[in-house]
Design a protein around this ligand. Structure first.
Ligand SMILES: C[S@@+](CC[C@H](N)C(=O)[O-])C[C@H]1O[C@@H](n2cnc3c(N)ncnc32)[C@H](O)[C@@H]1O
Length: 226
């Protein structure tokens, strides 16, 4: 899979690329590119943003700058590009990122993420250059880079080769294997600490009972969330 991130801060992704599971995914043949939005601006002095029409605080990322950058990266009109591959604007008001959307994206051959900054995107970027708008939660962070890392992390760990145990990514919170419920609790040694003993069933060696116990705890957590 090819994951591209269009950002004003491509160097942020150097650290991300070095993290163990990301590095493993890249070694396995997946690709993560950080593309510098400022590199292709047609405006002088590296300008990428401008004041909002109608007034108000902050600066808005310009549609002509994004157009030039995407044309330069992909040698195609971004209006067409977003029909050929998922191009995602990261924005607080977008579709909420969840396990279902992560699965959907992990099945794509190529995804491009656009990181906003300042007040965000000129809306025409989202309308005309993007197939999706995605949010990582109902709060606002300073820029799309961390949101892109969250999304890339969640997607990459679903791909073959990223995790030591393939099963780690299949039976997890919100996965189909757990019926969309949060994961059951885990325990490790010592079996008793400060008087806090782990549930007996986990020491029973009875796999079917353990499976049933875990599924029940998972369902309880799901019901508590509803
Ligand atoms: C300071 S935010 C802009 C917030 C915008 N003015 C608003 O109120 O919705 C700058 C950029 O950070 C990114 N961002 C901030 N919060 C986000 C979230 N919850 N999910 C995804 N991206 C987010 C987006 O790319 C956004 O364009």
């Amino acid at each position: 899979m090819q994951l591209d991130v269009v950002t004003l801060f491509p160097q942020w992704f150097d650290w991300f690329r070095g993290q163990h599971h990301v590095a493993k995914a890249l070694e396995a043949g997946h690709e993560l590119r950080a593309l510098d939005l400022r590199e292709h601006t047609p405006l002088s002095g590296g300008q990428v943003d401008d004041t909002p029409f109608g007034g108000g605080a902050g600066m808005v990322l310009r549609v002509d700058v994004m157009d030039h950058a995407l044309q330069a990266f992909y040698a195609t009109d971004p209006v067409e590009l977003c029909k050929e591959r998922r191009v995602i604007a990261l924005t607080p008001g977008g579709r909420m990122l969840d396990d279902g959307l992560v699965d959907e994206l992990a099945a794509e051959p190529a995804v491009t993420l656009l990181c906003g900054r300042y007040e965000g995107f000129d809306e025409r970027i989202v309308q005309h250059f993007c197939s999706d708008a995605v949010s990582i939660g109902r709060y606002v962070i300073a820029g799309g880079e961390l949101a892109a890392m969250v999304l890339c992390d969640a997607v990459l760990r679903k791909l073959p080769g990223a995790l030591g145990h393939a099963q780690s990514a299949t039976e997890e919170s919100f996965s189909a294997a757990l019926g969309g419920d949060p994961e059951y609790p885990h325990y490790t040694r010592p079996a008793e600490y400060r008087g806090w003993a782990i549930p007996d069933v986990l020491l029973s060696g009875h796999h079917e009972e353990i499976r049933r116990w875990r599924r029940a705890r998972s369902r309880e957590r799901g019901a508590a969330e509803a």
